[in-house]
Design a protein around this ligand. Sequence first.
Ligand code: UD1
Length: 427
Amino acid sequence: MQKILVTGNGPLHGEVLISGAKNAVLPILCATLLTDEPVTLRNVPNLHDVKTTKKVLEGLGATVSYDPERFGSGPDSEVTVNASTVNSHVAPYELVKTMRASVLVLGPVLARYGQAEVSLPGGCAIGSRPVDLHIKAMQSLGADVTVEHGFIKAKTRGDRLKGAHHTFEIVSVGATENALMAAVLAEGTTVLDNSAMEPEIVDLADCLIAMGANIFGHGTPRIEIHGVERLHAATHDVVADRIECGTFLVATAMSRGSITTVNSRPETMDAVLDKLREAGAEVTVDGDRIHLDMRGKRPKAVDITTAPHPAFPTDMQAQFMALNCIAEGAGVIRENIFENRFMHVSELQRLGADIRVDGHTAFVRGVEQLSGAPVMATDLRASASLILAGLVADGDTLVDRIYHLDRGYENIEAKLSGLGATIRRVD
Ligand code: UD1
């Protein structure tokens, strides 16, 4: 099994190209199932989760032009999906269990073919993560849904789903996406209240609009959709990954360096940029570029409270915890989205971090210096926090179970090496 070896080595400097967003490309790949015509996505990141989504789409019968071995990176990296050959309505357990986002085929397959069977994703490291909100949204749109033998089985009553007014009990990114994709082909108007407002939802809506959907209010809590009978071919550029970008910015702040992110989307990152400024970074924005400069200073600890967008994202919580570990002062981190998202704490403690956890709250007091050690990645963003800590720790940090990292970060070791880090993959 591969591991990543990081050796603490001074400030990061330079320019880094930000990839397309994992959390946008996955739902958008699922949205390609909504039309018989080819949909081309550009700025697609080369990630293990994209490979898994390809398998899910191919399992349904779609054709996907993506070869991870020969795939480039950057804005020109393209994937085309042709869903005219779809001949199955089933997303099996083997795929859904490895990637929860597979549940996002439920809405499109149901809307397009009148039936869908999607395995329940089950638990995962960061919490139980149920799918009840996805199911309730499909029911509001007129589907009959049962859960049996580990599968969600959904059927439309007539030929099509029916537009409806649906209010999500709690804000959910995935449930909003599934409902949005289902509603675009429903008969009549759908209003989705208490929708998630993440930039990845806006990007999905933009792609659906390019495919011929009528959607209004995306990026606000109320999305209105006027259903159409069919969608058509389109080309769409995937929005930049604000979490990848934030991860490089935090790494640079921790190392007291200065970087410029290129092909980023600063307007999607207000909460994170504000916290970096609070930590003492000089942050300026110039079009698609973010410049961060620590002027050689040690970062100051910050308090973080995670909540749905536009508040501070849970996917940046672990990285800011790593920052607090070496910062001046102490910071309080409150995790409000997932019940078990502090698994990186015990690993950071192995590196010498001073952290105390009480329920959903972690109290972190910065230490002068972390000390490298072997650590275990437990989930995607936790893996990133361990690499960040390793970059500023004394000596070697060997991060095991990096398959988590490959799910969501394109070429992280090459990108960090390009900024001057001493990091490599070892077997
Ligand atoms: C998405 C992101 C993930 C991010 C999360 C929160 C993707 C592929 N993943 O995950 O990186 O951390 O948003 O920003 O985009 N919930 C229910 N019932 C449901 C669905 C969710 O109770 O049916 C709960 C969850 O357990 C969680 C909360 O709602 O406590 C928010 O989860 P949600 O926004 O749905 O996260 P995901 O879409 O799974």
